[in-house]
Design a protein around this ligand. Structure first.
Ligand SMILES: CSC[C@H]1O[C@H](OP(=O)(O)O)[C@H](O)[C@@H]1O
Ligand code: ADE
Length: 294
């Protein structure tokens, strides 16, 4: 049995998790560098929670400066099996108004400047990403949203841009025309790295604005994002608390294969693997590299 541990990554406006009981702060060291902040570990109900604000306390880190590898690595070291990422997003749909939640199931990666893999020269791996979101985890969030009377859409595509600038009008109408639902700056490579670390991942995309395509709404700016995100922080806390209270003690095997993503994924022959890289992969790839210690 694998004990379920729920990780929460908070985005813009979500820098702590009210309701976290028996909370302690843990500075978890990572061979991948500095995570965004200390981990706050506690419990809600019987479920152990590890919380990390992605931009750090005080919002110190821009989307391009976040060390996504270190963040996912420390979550893995804390035993996280299931990770909920909270993100403020712009909307491409009239009906997805500010304050509305979208439980996306797809991402489009338009980032350019980020380390997007734990694997590289000396240990090459290719994990499947067709279904990046864990369907059972996403359904648990949907059930909790229903129980808490929080309006949401089940499914949708989030396009992740590099930022930090918001999009041009031409980009915005192009993304809308392509059928994308929401836009953010942080879901990638977070979702890819979670998959490599065999952590089941889902996003709560909290709509804060209509980006800049909507003829009847102001163009996005920081003030509007922050205002909506702050108004919605309590709703996020309520939703996460409900998910946690109803969470199973044992990790549920992921139908999308999140928790077995490294099976058969490593291409590099054992004799050709770089021992230094293998050391850094000790947490992320322990199940396949050191099964006796997993
Ligand atoms: C504050 S506006 C842009 C900022 O908000 C979103 O952050 P997060 O995804 O962490 O909630 C967006 O991705 C940008 O980082
Ligand atoms: N319009 C937008 N574009 C990119 N990231 C965002 N985060 C919140 N709103 C956004």
């Amino acid at each position: 049995m694998t004990k379920a541990v729920l990780g929460i990554i908070g985005g813009s406006g979500v820098y702590d998790l009210p309701g976290l009981e028996d909370m302690r702060e843990e500075r978890v060291a990572s061979p991948w560098g500095e995570p965004s902040d200390v981990l706050r570990i506690g419990r809600i109900g019987e479920t152990t929670i590890a919380f990390l604000p992605r931009h750090g306390r005080g919002h110190r880190l821009s989307p391009s400066d976040i060390n996504y590898r270190a963040n996912i690595d420390v979550m893995k070291r804390a035993g996280v099996t299931d990770l909920i990422s909270v993100s403020a997003v712009g909307s491409f749909k009239d009906e997805y108004h500010p304050g509305f939640f979208v439980l996306v199931d797809q991402y489009v990666d338009r980032t350019r400047k980020r380390e997007n893999s734990f694997f590289s020269q000396g240990c090459v791996a290719h994990v499947p990403m067709a279904h990046p979101v864990g369907p059972l985890l996403r359904q648990r969030i949907a059930d909790a949203a229903l129980a808490e009377d929080i309006p949401f859409a089940l499914g949708g595509t989030l396009v992740c841009i590099e930022g930090p600038q918001f999009s041009t009008y031409a980009e915005s109408i192009t993304y809308k025309g392509l059928g994308y639902d929401v836009i953010g700056m942080t879901a990638m490579p977070e979702a890819k790295l979670a998959r490599e670390a065999e952590i089941t991942y889902a996003t709560i995309a909290m709509v804060t604005d209509y980006d800049c395509w909507h003829p009847e709404h102001d163009h996005v700016d920081v003030a509007s994002v922050v205002a909506v995100a702050q108004q919605n922080a309590a709703k996020v806390a309520r939703l996460v608390a409900r998910v946690a209270r109803d969470f199973p003690a044992e990790h549920e095997p992921c139908p999308a294969g999140s928790d077995r993503a490294l099976d058969g994924a490593i291409m590099t022959a054992p004799s050709a693997r770089d021992p230094e890289l293998l050391k850094k992969l000790d947490a992320v790839a322990r199940r396949v590299l050191n099964p006796s210690q997993a």
